[in-house]
Design a protein around this ligand. Structure first.
Ligand code: COA
Length: 671
């Protein structure tokens, strides 16, 4: 792997035009739906030996598209395009002409080998062949292929049309170009490829299977409902609830038997899996009484298995620390990754839990190094070198790369690490994928700030530490805006020395539609930096109007527009080098700046929704005060304090609550 960020990989293979998916059971059709919604012009054939399964699968996909249209997630034309070019067949001959065949049949090695022999007989030597197995090593599945170098495992997670995680297995026979292409393809089509080695059950199922197996081994001292209730400190749904949903008992028997046969008896599945169909448990969030001692024992045991698997995965190089944390969050529904949990607990507590676990579960893996060695250097950003430019990629796909403290610290740490390195010309900051540069500050933190003016203002000051550092940076930092740049994401870009944007990117300050205001610079910086565009920023602040990249380019805010990600990165790097040669531009100036009058308040956002008059008043006053402030620092301070004020309004409470409840806010009653 040359680059941590897959979209930096240069690849020559074109996008696929025809893909075959073998297996019309549960996950095959979901994979097909993801592919067709990402690439509507793709021809896709769904292959199965059972015509009834194909009919049911095609009906399911029509249902998905109808639901997406009903919920406003897709327009009718896109839905029609998604469903067109989608066919079913019981004949392997239909695979002729495919650029890629994905197998999603039953977890049976002999069956898979037969399927791949049939597939290879019908496709060209260049056709990619991948399996969606969750456990069987690639080396075993593809042992009989004449051309194994074009084959690997691409392991999706349920529901595959929406869950972004895909494990891509790097096994010895795999062609490097195929690996690079797969990573890039997935990143370009909205997925999160996580590269793992070819160990049985790869990375994330080792965590999930053993988490479930240890949960079952606990059933002599707690009920399934109690285990699930305790587990919900760490996951959105407990192991038994998930097993019920996924009909997962036979899978645990199969995968843990595989691990036991290969790696030792300690992995043998709990006997109870063979005799239970459905577990008696409670829905997530439902109250379940758990005696204190039981809760403590269950909690420690669950952490024990989680951390034991974590150190094993890292010691054996099955996956990377940052990918493991992210994969557990995105694919397995953990609230925090296992390494983040280790950090929160502290090394002494982790050592104690693992020591106890070693006694309960002899043979299970234990740390081979000091615990501190296991932590990733950065958890939420990827770091790459493009010659003399350091590229920092924001990677929080579960929240459209929204900024939180840990990510801000990651970015700052990378900049500090390289800013005195003479071989580094400067930095590019970009967002993972093609949809979002950054969806702003993480709204999940906001509820705790409501009603606390000083706390909210201090939060804004603290969040600004990266941006204040950028103001005085000695090496150029360029924002490569690959997709939407909202709120705090746009505020971060504003403090970069130049902005380069993908032609279809857009900028927005949506805070007013959440009943709040942008806290970390947008009320001050743009009026000092692009004063001639003041009216545009006033409109953006008070109506949440979007600014297209082309409009931002015309207004002089965005220096260059790019076509495609390769062009974007090339232009961003060229900007870095230009600024490094010519000198870093000065930060936005001190001294008051002129402002046009705000347009009359119309009560609505650009999208027609009602906004809060009280919030708009605070924004207008803040912008005026910041423009009149005698220094940039004083102007920024105006913004921090205004954020404190807005956090105490009924509108903020309504707006934030509505976002958390996934509904539209109602500001008609809040003022
Ligand atoms: N903070 C935290 N989570 C965020 C986020 C943010 N700023 N922006 C998006 N997310 C999360 C969503 O909650 C969602 O999580 P879920 O899958 O658990 O429900 C996920 O990212 C994907 O977003 P979603 O809303 O499903 O995507 P979409 O394409 O339908 O809509 C946006 C995209 C950006 C329009 C919408 O997410 C949004 O309005 N986000 C808030 C943006 C904002 O106001 N930023 C400024 C904050 S001060």
């Amino acid at each position: 792997m040359t680059y941590a960020y897959p979209l930096l990989e240069p690849v020559s293979r074109p996008m696929p035009r025809r893909i075959g998916v073998v297996g019309a059971g549960t996950i095959g059709p979901d994979i097909a739906y993801y592919l067709k919604s990402a690439l509507p012009t793709l021809e896709l054939v769904l292959l199965d030996v059972r015509p009834s399964a194909i009919d049911a699968a095609l009906a399911r996909l029509r249902g998905y598209a109808d639901k997406a249209v009903a919920r406003g997630k897709m327009n009718a034309d896109d839905a029609t395009a998604t469903l067109s070019g989608l066919t079913g067949s019981t004949d392997y001959g239909a695979l002729a002409g495919c650029d890629w065949v994905i197998e999603a049949a039953t977890e049976d090695l002999a069956l898979k080998r037969r399927i791949f022999a049939d597939v290879e007989a019908r496709v060209t030597p260049g056709t990619l062949i991948t399996s969606n197995t969750s456990s069987l090593p690639a080396a075993r599945i593809f042992a009989g292929l004449a051309r194994p170098e074009r084959a690997t495992v691409t392991h999706f997670f349920a529901p595959a049309w929406r869950n972004p995680a895909v494990e891509v297995i790097d096994w010895p026979a795999l062609d490097r170009g195929v690996l690079a292409w797969l990573r890039r393809f997935f990143a370009e089509t909205g997925k999160l490829p996580l590269v793992t080695s070819d160990a049985a059950c790869f990375m994330l199922d080792r965590v999930f299977d053993n988490w479930c197996n240890d949960a079952a081994l606990l059933l002599d001292s707690a009920t399934a409902a109690q285990v699930d209730a305790v587990a919900q400190e760490f996951v959105h749904a407990g192991p038994f609830f998930v097993l019920n949903l996924a009909n997962g008992n036979p899978i645990i028997i199969e995968t843990n038997t595989l691990q036991a046969d290969e790696e030792g008896e300690h992995y043998r599945p709990a006997p109870i899996f063979a005799s239970v169909q459905q577990w008696k448990t409670a829905a997530p969030g439902q109250r379940v009484d758990v005696p204190t001692q039981t809760a403590k024992a269950v909690r420690e045991r669950l952490l024990g298995v989680l951390w034991s698997q974590t150190v094993d995965i890292l010691d054996r190089g099955i996956g990377s620390a940052a990918d493991l944390d992210l994969g557990c969050r995105v694919a397995l529904g953990f609230k925090a990754g296992p390494l983040e949990l280790m950090e929160q607990a502290g090394d002494d507590a982790v050592a104690k839990v693992l020591g106890h676990y070693a006694m309960q579960r002899p043979g299970m893996p234990m740390p081979q190094r000091p615990l501190a060695d296991y932590r990733p250097t950065e958890r939420h950003v990827l770091v790459d070198r493009l010659d003399d430019v350091v590229v920092i990629t924001l990677r929080r796909p579960e929240a459209l790369n929204a900024l939180h403290d840990a990510m801000t610290d990651d970015i700052l740490r990378v900049i500090r690490r390289h800013e005195t390195d003479p071989s580094v010309a400067g930095f590019v900051i970009t967002g993972y994928g093609t949809k979002a540069f950054c969806a702003g500050a993480d709204i999940g933190r906001f509820p705790t700030l409501l009603g606390n003016a000083d706390g909210a203002a201090q939060y804004a000051r603290d969040c600004s530490r990266l941006l204040v550092h950028l103001d005085t940076a000695t090496k150029p930092v360029v924002a490569a805006i690959n997709g939407m740049a909202l709120g705090g994401g746009f505020e971060m870009a504003m403090r970069c020395h130049a902005l380069v944007a993908h032609r279809r990117a857009w900028l927005q300050l949506p805070e007013v539609s959440l009943g709040i205001l942008p806290a970390i610079g947008a009320m001050a910086v743009p009026f000092r930096r692009w004063n001639s565009a003041s009216a545009t920023f006033q409109r953006m602040l008070t109506t949440a109007a979007r600014l297209r990249a082309s409009e931002a380019n015309e207004a002089g805010i965005v220096a260059e527009l790019a076509d495609g990600i390769d062009d974007l990165m090339a232009r961003a790097c060229a900007q870095v080098r230009l600024l490094a040669r010519g000198g870093v531009p000065p930060r936005p100036g001190d001294g008051p700046v002129p402002l046009p009058a705000f347009p009359p308040f119309e009560g609505r956002a650009a999208d027609g929704r009602v906004v809060s008059a009280a919030v708009v008043r605070l924004i207008e006053q803040g912008v005026r005060d910041a423009a009149a402030a005698p220094s940039l620092a004083a102007a920024l301070e105006v913004g921090y304090r205004a954020f404190g004020e807005v956090a105490c309004t009924p509108a903020a409470r309504e707006g934030i609550q509505a976002f958390m409840e996934r509904r539209n806010p109602d500001f008609t009653a809040t003022g």
